[in-house]
Unconditional design. Structure first.
Length: 366
């Protein structure tokens, strides 16, 4: 779907809700609707906002630093600069556009920024309306074009892993491996990692979000690698756990159990099934084997322009999956005095099941 079609959907929604305009500040939403790609350094620093007007073409508001990039990327959208700041521009612009009700993304607006916006709204006599998830709801369902981009991101991520895996030997550190993975990503064409790479050896593999440290890789001990990259704007996310050296019987038991849970969840996924039901089928296998207390996170999450987005495969999420959603399937068992195993693939929800985007899955069965 082209950006103009996405904008038309938002405009129709605004008209139904009797809202004159929506100020889009969340970077992934801004990119989704306009093609404008800069990433903000944090929520307090913006490379621009998209003003979606209910009955007129949209405007991309930015500053001098991003002017050339905005014109190149948001080709069908009028660009306006705010040399004296966004609020100064909006103070004059909104009355000129006859905006009486302006919505803003409340989930991505600092309290201090919202206060300043409210003061502006009071000054020019308009209603400021907080909204939540208006664009994210559209992003839940991926087009086939988006799915193809995600597939290519996943396959490149696997290529990076396979190249690096062949070089891993005891004596390296977690940091050594993380740096090798991230430099290989860049060398093979990725924009960047989609999140900080996780490498954890031995007992540290029981930390689901371990930060790589100057820790020497242990022979015959679990080694967990959770990695992802961004390609053409779309993210991948994959976890592989293995043993450099020889796997003992305990490792084989835990690995096979996690893999069994992953496969059961994979078989459960299809359009119309609730997210909680998918989580339950994997969690029940781990719980029935006596390890339920050691699987403490949700089974999976959505992936797209952001590495963590909707839907969530969680016991608390009763929403039903829809065809075109992308989810991770990542059960894990984490034993504090031993280590952990997590296995993660990405899948597309289809009407009659799911399509695993990963090719490199056979070696997971040990």
């Amino acid at each position: 779907m082209c950006h103009c079609k996405r904008i038309e959907k938002i405009q129709a929604k605004l008209r139904r809700m009797k809202i004159d305009a929506l100020l889009v500040t969340q970077p992934h939403n801004r990119r989704y609707l306009s093609g404008y790609t800069p990433a903000d350094h944090d929520i307090g620093e913006s490379s621009g906002v998209l003003l979606i007007l209910a009955r007129r073409p949209p405007l991309l508001l930015t500053d001098f630093r991003f002017h050339i990039q905005a014109e190149r990327e948001a080709k069908d959208i009028e660009i306006m600069l705010y040399p004296k700041g966004l609020l100064t521009l909006l103070t004059g612009l909104l009355p000129d556009l006859a905006i009486s009700c302006l919505a803003f993304e409340s989930h991505y607006t600092l309290h201090s920024a919202a206060g300043k916006m409210q003061a502006m709204a009071d000054k020019i006599g308009i209603t400021l309306l907080p909204v939540n998830g208006m664009v994210e709801e559209m992003r839940l369902i991926k087009s086939e074009e988006e799915i193809d981009k995600l597939r290519r991101s996943v396959l490149l991520n696997e290529q990076v892993f396979q190249q690096t895996y062949q070089t891993i030997v005891p004596g390296q550190t977690e940091i050594d491996i993380a740096l090798a993975l991230e430099s290989t990503m860049r060398r093979l064409g990725a924009e960047s990692p989609s999140f900080d790479t996780i490498v954890a050896t031995g007992r540290r593999s029981a930390l689901p979000h371990a930060v790589p440290g100057p820790v020497t890789i242990e022979e015959n001990q679990p080694l967990m690698i959770d990695m992802g990259l961004i390609l053409d704007g779309y993210c991948s996310d994959m976890t592989r756990t293995f043993v450099p050296g020889k796997s003992d019987s305990r490792y084989l038991e835990i690995h096979r159990l996690v893999r069994k849970a992953q496969q059961a969840a994979t078989n459960k996924i299809r359009a119309g099934v609730s997210a909680a039901a998918v989580d339950k089928v994997a969690r029940s296998i781990i719980s029935d084997a006596g390890y339920g207390q050691y699987f403490g996170h949700a089974l999976g999450h959505g992936v797209g322009l952001a590495v963590h987005e909707g839907p969530r495969l969680s016991s608390r999420d009763r929403k039903h999956l829809q065809a075109g959603m992308i989810v991770t399937i990542e059960p894990g068992i984490y034993l504090p005095d031993w280590g952990g195993v997590r296995l993660e693939n990405m899948a597309v929800v289809r009407e009659d099941g799911c399509e695993i985007l990963n090719n490199d899955t056979t070696w997971l069965d040990i």
